[in-house]
Design a protein around this ligand. Structure first.
Ligand SMILES: *[C@@H]1O[C@H](CO)[C@@H](O)[C@H](O)[C@H]1NC(C)=O
Ligand SMILES: *[C@@H]1O[C@H](CO)[C@@H](O)[C@H](O)[C@H]1NC(C)=O
Ligand SMILES: *[C@@H]1O[C@H](CO)[C@@H](O)[C@H](O)[C@H]1NC(C)=O
Ligand SMILES: *[C@@H]1O[C@H](CO)[C@@H](O)[C@H](O)[C@H]1NC(C)=O
Ligand SMILES: *[C@@H]1O[C@H](CO)[C@@H](O)[C@H](O)[C@H]1NC(C)=O
Ligand SMILES: *[C@@H]1O[C@H](CO)[C@@H](O)[C@H](O)[C@H]1NC(C)=O
Ligand SMILES: *[C@@H]1O[C@H](CO)[C@@H](O)[C@H](O)[C@H]1NC(C)=O
Length: 666
C-alpha cells in the first residue's frame, strides 16, 4: 500500500475514534525560536542544545508555548473535563562527562505547569522538584529522568538509571539504563558514556499507560519498552502544560548535557527524527594544533613507555617466576644445584601431561634436562618455612652424595621460597607396587622378585651401615621401591618422611609411615630406628612374596599374622602369590617368608640387622630357627598402638592408598 494512503487512513481513523486534535513539532536540531532557554542552557549555532555549563549548574529548555493536553470540545460539551490525551515524544541526547566515568546529574524530560523552575534548588532535584513538598499532587509534574547519580535519599536504583517521576523526585518506577534487542535480550547502556542515545516516551490516554524506551542512536526503536507503567495522568497533567528539558550538574564533577533533536506529538506518534540532520557534538579535548605534536608525539612516547614497561615487567616477572633461594652452606653442593629455569623447561613448565604421580609429599614430574637430555623425575615439595627446615633440606641434599645401585640416585635439587625440588634418576619401569597389586598386566616372576628383594636389602644395608652417617628410610614399602631399566629394585624417597616431623618437638611427633609397615614400637614412641626400618622391610618381603598388601583393610588383618599362622601350621608355602603359579623355587620362597616373619618380630632385639638380612638372602648364613609365631599379640599390639595415635599424618592412614609419591611415579 502507498505510505501516504496508509497515513491518511490511520489519521482518518484516529480522528474518527476520538476526534482528537493533533499537535506536534519536530526539531532536527534547534532553531533560534524553537525553544526558550533558562539558566545555563544555550543553543549552539549548529542547532545543538547544551543544557549545562561548568559555571552554572542548572539549565532548562522548554518549547516556547504551552501544549494543550486535553481536548477542548469535550469540556465544551458539558461533560467532565476530558482526560489527558495520548502523547508521544522522542529525543536524541548525549551526556558527556569531563572526567571519565564520573557524572552528575542527568537530564529530565519534563511536563510542568510553569517554565520558571527557579522555585526549586538544582542538583539532585533536577531544578524541577521542590524538596519540601515532594509529593504534592498540586505540583503537577510528570518527568522521565535520565539519572547518573545514585541518590539513596530518593531510593535511586543505581548510578545509571531511567525513571518515571510523578510529582516527586522519587521515581515511581525505574530501571537500569539499557534496551531489549531484537532477540529480547537486555543490553546495558551507560547513560554518561558520551554515547549518543535516543529516548521515546509514550502515553496512551486510553490505556492509561506510560512506556519509556531507550536505545543507542541509530538503532530502530526497540519493540519492548524499558519501562512500562500503568498510571492515569489525569490528576497530574493540566489542560495546558509546558514541555521541555531540565538538567543539572555538579559543582565539582562537571558534565555536559546535550539534546540534539526532539519531536513531540499529542494525539499521535511523534515524528521520527532525521538522524542525518542532527547537529554534531563538539569535539572533546582542545582544538588540534599539529597532528604530530598532539597525536603522534604522545602516541610514540606512549608506545615507547609501554615497551619499556612491559620489558621491565616481563623481566621482573620472569625473575620472580624463576627465583630461587641460595644460602652459603649450599655452595659446597654446587654441582647438585639445578636452575629452576632448567627444571621448568625440562618438565615443560610442570605440565600435567608430565605428571608421574601425586603423593603425600607433593607432585612428581617427568622431565628431560636441557642440553644433556637426561631423563629425570622432578619432585616438587612445598613446605612451610619453619624452624629446622634449613637443616632438613641440608640433610636431604647431602643425600645426593649417596651412591648405590639399589637406591634411586638424587641428582640434585633446587630451592625456592617454600618449595624444594628434588631431581632424581628417571625410573622407566615405575614402582614395584604397580606390578604386584590390582591385577597388574605384567606380573613379576619369582626370579625377578627375588632379585628385587636382594637389591632392596642391599640398598637398605647401604643406608644403614655403609655410609658416613646412618640414614633411616622411615617409609619402606613396595610403592617406594622403583624399578630401573634392568628391573633392579631401587629404594626411593629415603629420609623424606622426616619432612613431617622435623622441627616439631618429640612429644607431638607425627608418625610417618604406613600402617602394616609400621613397627609397633615406632607407632608407640614415634621414634624411627634402623630396626623399625627392618620391621618395614619384613612387611615388604611378605608383600612381595604373597602379592598382598601388609594390611588387608577389609578384613582388618595383618599379612604378617596370616603368614605367621600358616607357619604355625607348617604350611607357610601356601602363602605364596597365586600369580606365580608353580614357577618358583620353594626353598627361596620359604627363606624369604621366614625372614619376613623374623624381621617382623615384636621385640626389636630379635630382628636381624640389614647386614644379616643380606647374608641370609645370599645364603652366607643360615636363618635361625623360628619358633611358634605369636600372631595374636602381634595384631593386638599393632592395632592398639595404631589406635593410640590420633594424629597420624595422611601417609600413615590404614588405607595406604596415599602412597608415597615416587610410588605411582616411576
Ligand atoms: C555558563 O552559563 C552562565 C549563565 O548563562 C553564564 O553566565 C556563564 O558565562 C556560562 N559559562 C560558560 C563557561 O559558558
Ligand atoms: C464527572 O461528572 C460527574 C457528574 O457531573 C461527577 O459526579 C463526577 O465526580 C465527575 N468526575 C470527575 C473526575 O470530575
Ligand atoms: C512547597 O512547600 C513550601 C514550604 O512548605 C511552600 O512555601 C510552597 O508554596 C510549596 N509549593 C508548592 C508548589 O506547593
Ligand atoms: C500541597 O500544596 C498545597 C498548596 O501549594 C498545600 O496547600 C498542601 O498542603 C500541599 N500538600 C502537601 C501534602 O504538602
Ligand atoms: C523517597 O525514597 C526514599 C528512599 O526509599 C524514602 O526514604 C523517602 O521517604 C521517599 N520520599 C518520598 C517523598 O516519597
Ligand atoms: C548491567 O548493569 C548492571 C548494573 O550496573 C549490572 O549489575 C549488570 O551486570 C550489567 N549487565 C551486563 C550484561 O553488563
Ligand atoms: C507499551 O508497550 C507495550 C508492550 O510493548 C504495548 O503493548 C503497549 O501498547 C505500549 N503502550 C503504549 C502507550 O505505547
Amino acid at each position: 500500500m502507498f505510505p501516504e494512503l496508509a497515513f491518511l487512513l490511520i489519521h482518518f481513523m484516529c480522528t474518527l475514534v476520538s476526534s482528537d486534535q493533533q499537535f506536534g513539532f519536530t526539531f532536527n536540531g534547534f532553531g533560534p525560536k524553537d525553544i526558550s532557554l533558562d539558566g545555563a542552557a544555550i543553543r549552539a549555532p549548529n542547532g545543538l542544545l547544551k543544557l549545562t555549563n561548568s559555571t552554572s549548574q542548572q539549565g532548562q529548555a522548554f518549547y516556547s508555548n504551552q501544549v494543550r493536553f486535553r481536548n477542548k470540545q469535550s469540556a465544551k460539551s458539558g461533560t467532565n473535563a476530558s482526560s489527558v490525551s495520548s502523547f508521544s515524544t522522542t529525543f536524541v541526547f548525549a551526556i558527556v562527562p569531563e572526567v571519565y566515568r564520573l557524572s552528575a546529574h542527568g537530564i529530565l524530560f519534563v511536563v510542568t505547569p510553569t517554565k520558571s523552575l527557579s522555585r526549586a534548588p538544582p542538583f539532585e532535584y533536577f531544578g524541577v522538584f521542590n524538596p519540601t513538598n515532594k509529593t504534592n499532587a498540586t505540583d503537577h509534574v510528570f518527568a522521565v529522568e535520565l539519572d547518573t547519580i545514585q541518590n539513596n535519599q530518593f531510593g535511586d536504583l543505581n548510578y545509571d538509571h531511567v525513571g518515571i517521576d510523578i510529582n516527586s523526585i522519587n521515581s515511581t518506577i525505574s530501571e537500569q539504563a539499557g534496551y531489549f534487542d531484537d532477540a529480547n535480550k537486555f543490553q546495558n547502556l551507560s547513560l554518561f558514556s558520551g554515547q549518543i542515545m535516543q529516548l521515546w516516551v509514550e502515553y496512551s490516554g486510553l490505556e492509561k499507560q506510560i512506556n519509556v524506551t531507550l536505545a543507542p542512536v541509530g538503532i530502530r526503536k526497540p519493540k519492548r519498552p524499558l519501562l512500562s507503567l500503568s498510571y492515569d495522568l489525569d490528576p497530574v497533567i493540566n489542560e495546558e502544560m509546558y514541555v521541555g528539558f531540565s538538567s543539572t550538574t555538579g559543582t565539582i564533577i562537571f558534565t555536559s548535557h546535550y539534546v540534539l533533536g526532539w519531536s513531540f506529538m499529542v494525539n499521535g506518534r511523534a515524528e521520527e527524527l532525521d538522524l542525518s540532520k542532527l547537529p554534531r557534538l563538539p569535539r572533546i579535548g582542545p582544538k588540534k594544533k599539529s597532528s604530530f605534536l598532539t597525536i603522534w608525539l604522545p602516541l610514540i612516547l606512549a608506545i615507547m613507555m609501554l615497551v619499556t614497561f612491559s620489558a621491565v615487567f616481563y623481566y621482573v616477572r620472569r625473575k620472580r617466576k624463576f627465583a630461587e633461594v641460595l644460602e652459603d652452606w649450599e655452595l659446597e653442593y654446587g654441582p647438585h644445584r639445578f636452575k629452576y629455569k632448567d627444571l621448568y623447561v625440562a618438565t615443560k613448565g610442570f605440565k600435567d601431561k608430565e605428571l608421574l604421580g601425586i603423593g603425600g609429599f607433593g607432585r612428581v614430574y617427568r622431565g628431560v634436562l636441557p642440553i644433556s637430555e637426561i631423563e629425570v623425575a622432578v619432585k616438587r615439595i612445598s613446605h612451610e618455612s619453619r624452624q629446622g627446615m634449613r637443616e632438613f633440606i641440608a640433610e636431604i641434599v647431602s643425600m645426593g652424595r649417596l651412591r648405590h645401585r639399589n637406591i634411586v640416585q638424587l641428582l640434585g635439587y633446587c630451592r625456592r621460597r617454600g618449595e624444594l625440588l628434588l631431581v632424581y634418576d628417571y625410573m622407566p619401569n615405575g614402582s614395584l607396587d604397580r606390578l604386584l597389586h590390582n591385577n597388574p598386566e605384567i606380573s613379576l616372576n619369582w626370579m625377578q622378585r627375588f632379585r628385587v628383594i636382594k637389591g632392596v636389602a642391599a640398598g637398605l644395608k647401604y643406608l644403614h651401615q655403609d655410609w658416613e652417617q646412618v640414614v633411616i628410610h622411615r617409609d619402606i614399602k613396595a610403592s617406594n621401591v622403583l624399578l630401573d631399566s634392568e628391573m633392579n629394585g631401587r629404594l626411593g624417597d629415603f629420609g623424606l618422611a622426616r619432612l613431617y616431623d622435623h622441627g616439631t618437638d618429640t612429644q607431638t611427633t607425627h608418625i610417618v609411615g604406613t600402617i602394616g609397615y609400621l613397627a609397633p614400637e615406632h607407632a608407640r614412641t614415634g621414634k624411627a630406628t634402623t630396626s623399625t626400618d627392618v620391621y618395614s622391610f619384613g612387611a615388604f618381603l611378605l608383600e612381595v612374596v604373597c602379592g598382598r598388601r601388609p594390611l588387608d583393610v577389609q578384613e582388618e588383618i595383618l599379612l604378617v599374622d596370616k603368614v605367621g599362622s600358616l607357619w604355625n601350621k607348617r604350611e607357610i608355602i601356601r602363602a605364596v602369590d597365586h600369580n606365580l603359579g608353580v614357577d618358583y623355587v620353594a626353598e627361596e620362597v620359604e627363606l624369604v617368608l621366614k625372614l619376613g616373619l623374623l624381621c617382623s618380630s615384636i621385640d626389636p632385639n630379635l630382628r636381624p640387622s640389614m647386614e644379616q638380612v643380606v647374608h641370609y638372602l645370599h645364603g652366607y648364613e643360615s636363618l635361625p630357627e623360628l619358633s611358634y609365631f605369636d600372631s595374636i599379640s602381634q595384631s593386638e599390639i599393632a592395632y592398639k598402638s595404631d589406635r593410640g595415635f590420633s594424629n597420624f599424618t595422611t601417609s600413615s592412614h590404614p588405607s595406604s592408598a596415599v602412597e608415597s609419591f615416587l610410588s605411582s611415579g616411576r
